[in-house]
Structure formats: structure tokens, C-alpha cells
Design a binder for this molecule. Sequence first.
Ligand SMILES: NC(=O)c1ccc[n+]([C@@H]2O[C@H](COP(=O)([O-])OP(=O)(O)OC[C@H]3O[C@@H](n4cnc5c(N)ncnc54)[C@H](OP(=O)(O)O)[C@@H]3O)[C@@H](O)[C@H]2O)c1
Length: 330
Amino acid sequence: MYQANEHRYDKMQYHRVGNSGLKLPAISLGLWHNFGNVDKFSNQREIICGAFDMGITHFDLANNYGPPAGSAEENFGRILAKDLAPYRDELIISSKAGYYMWPGPYGEWGSKKNVIASCDQSLKRLGLDYVDIFYHHRPDPDTPLEETAQALDLLVRQGKALYIGISNYSAEDTVRITEIFKELKTPFIIHQPAYSMFNRWIEDGLKDALVKEKLGAIAFSPLSQGLLTNRYLNGVPEDSRANRSDSPFLSKENVDKTLEKVSALNEVAQERGQTLAEMAIAWILRDGIVTSVLVGASRLSQLEDNVKALENTNFTTEELAKIDHILIAE
Ligand SMILES: NC(=O)c1ccc[n+]([C@@H]2O[C@H](COP(=O)([O-])OP(=O)(O)OC[C@H]3O[C@@H](n4cnc5c(N)ncnc54)[C@H](OP(=O)(O)O)[C@@H]3O)[C@@H](O)[C@H]2O)c1
């Protein structure tokens, strides 16, 4: 029987999501990789229960996480039922609809048909009556924003989601859908964009828009899928994501292309007394705008390293300039 660590809330920091009443841990755990049926279940359980023991109360899922798609929700549902059920009210569980899930015209994107059906399927796999946050996973170029917003709003009215989020939306579309949600009085509170030292697109308008609209932000792939860690400093380990056939978005070529910058960044991290992963996470939290950093992990020891980032999220002007210089170098 799992029993949560009684000191789980001693060290973690919790940040308010925009101007909502909800708080998220400064570091959250995502289940995109390492939690499918192809992955060892005992390791999944160790990471998830270990995360909760460190005060990580937020677990992020999506309909399509696996592989196979749907299996991460099923596995999390099993762990929830077996180990975490007594702690349900201490957890923030999110899921998403938008990417391909089933054949035919209703299995992806942002129609009301897709969003409602997908959420119902996710709740079944998770074994839950409601999720805490439900996201639209990616903007749909064909469905009117009003329709997607109304579908998300309906999920809240039906009691299937407490809060609503969007992911991968541009600054412009974020402002447009925010206006619609305001009219509907939807508890729309958070945006989930990619953000890391290697992917700074949100600094070009979205970050300002989120501050202006008083919305929260949870940054995904903050370690650039593992590149911004010491994982690849001495080659590509057999068991790493860059070597896995089920991870098409990270390759050995990515490792080769970034190695020089990663080594230079690692030196800055060492000067700060941090690992590169710790510094990469601290850097995201440096200005207080991002609510939570959404990391992935293939083993518990990585999460233990990542939460140490919170011990120092301050950067001197010189350190920031040094990092910028490395990042923009050709
Ligand atoms: N909304 C969206 O469209 C979207 C897209 C992508 C991700 N996400 C969300 O964001 C979450 C995180 O994404 P991500 O997994 O790409 O995040 P990430 O934190 O950038 O990468 C995680 C990977 O980095 C390595 N790692 C983590 N901590 C480490 C440490 N301390 N030292 C060495 N290596 C370390 C591990 O690689 P190894 O596996 O090689 O050990 C781990 O699997 C996802 O699970 C999902 O919830 C959302």
C-alpha cells in the first residue's frame, strides 16, 4: 500500500494560475513519454508516487499519450485507483483533445463533436468523473474559435472539467479566444506552450499577452526533450529518448547540432552550482511569468534533480547575458 510522504508539502513552491484561485506546483510532471504500454509499469508507478512525495501535485496527460495512444491515461488511471485514490483532492489532473485519435472526420482537431467525445473517452480511461484542467491541444484552422470555446465551456457546465486551457495557440488566437471565453464566463485560466532556452517563441508576443490577460502559463518540453541536460554530453545513451524509435521529435541529429551550445551552457550551470537541467528549469522561472514548468522524466532520479532547480531561480544580469550569447551564437 502506497502512503504519501508526510513532508510532501515542505519544499515545493506553489504559484497562482493567472488571477484564478488555483495554484500549481512550480514543477509539474507530464506523461507524454515513458508512461505508455511499451514502458515498464513499475517504473511509471515509482515516478508518479515519487513525484507526489516531492509535492508535485500536477500530472499532465492527453488523449494521445502512449504509445499506443490512450495508454498513458489508462496507466495513470491504474496508479490513481491503486495508489493515489485517497489523495484525489490533492491532485490536479489534466488532459487534452485535438490531435488524431480515431479515424474519420471527428477523430481530431476542434469541432464540438471531437472535443466532447474525446473528453468522455479520456475520463473513461482515467477512471475519473472529472479532470481538473481540460485543454484544447492545438488550434484548428477550420473550426470557428467560437465552436471550440463553446465545446470547452460545455465540459465545465457538465462537470467534466473544472478549468479550461489551450495549448500551442498563437498570441493572436489566444487573445481572440480569451474574449469569447469572457463572454461565456468560462473558467479559462491557462496556456500550455513549448518554452525552453532552445525555443523562445513565446517571448515574441505570447508572454506579454498572457500577462495582459492575467492568464497562467505552463511551459512544456522545458529541457528540450532532454537536450538541455547532461544526458547527451558524452554521446547518445542506449536508453535515451533520442535513441528511441517511438520518439520522432528528437533525433541523434538534434543532439549533434546542439552539443556545442549544450556544453557551453553546462559550464554556466556548473559556475552557478547547478546541473544543466536545474539551470534550464530555473531560467524559465526567472521572471515569475511562467506558473509551472512541465517536465518529463524516464526515472525518478531525474525528477529529484529537477526539483532542486527551485533552490536558485535568480540570475545575475551577467549570467543572463552569457546564456543569451551562447544561445544566439552561430
Ligand atoms: N501541449 C503540447 O503540445 C505538448 C507537447 C509536448 C509535451 N507536452 C507536455 O510536456 C511534458 C514534458 O515534455 P517533455 O517530456 O518533452 O519535457 P522535457 O522535460 O523537456 O524532457 C524530458 C526528458 O528529458 C530527460 N530528463 C529530464 N530530466 C532530466 C535530468 N534531470 N537529467 C537528465 N535528463 C533529464 C529525460 O530524457 P530520457 O527519456 O532520455 O531519460 C526526459 O524524458 C509532456 O509529458 C507533456 O505533458 C505538451
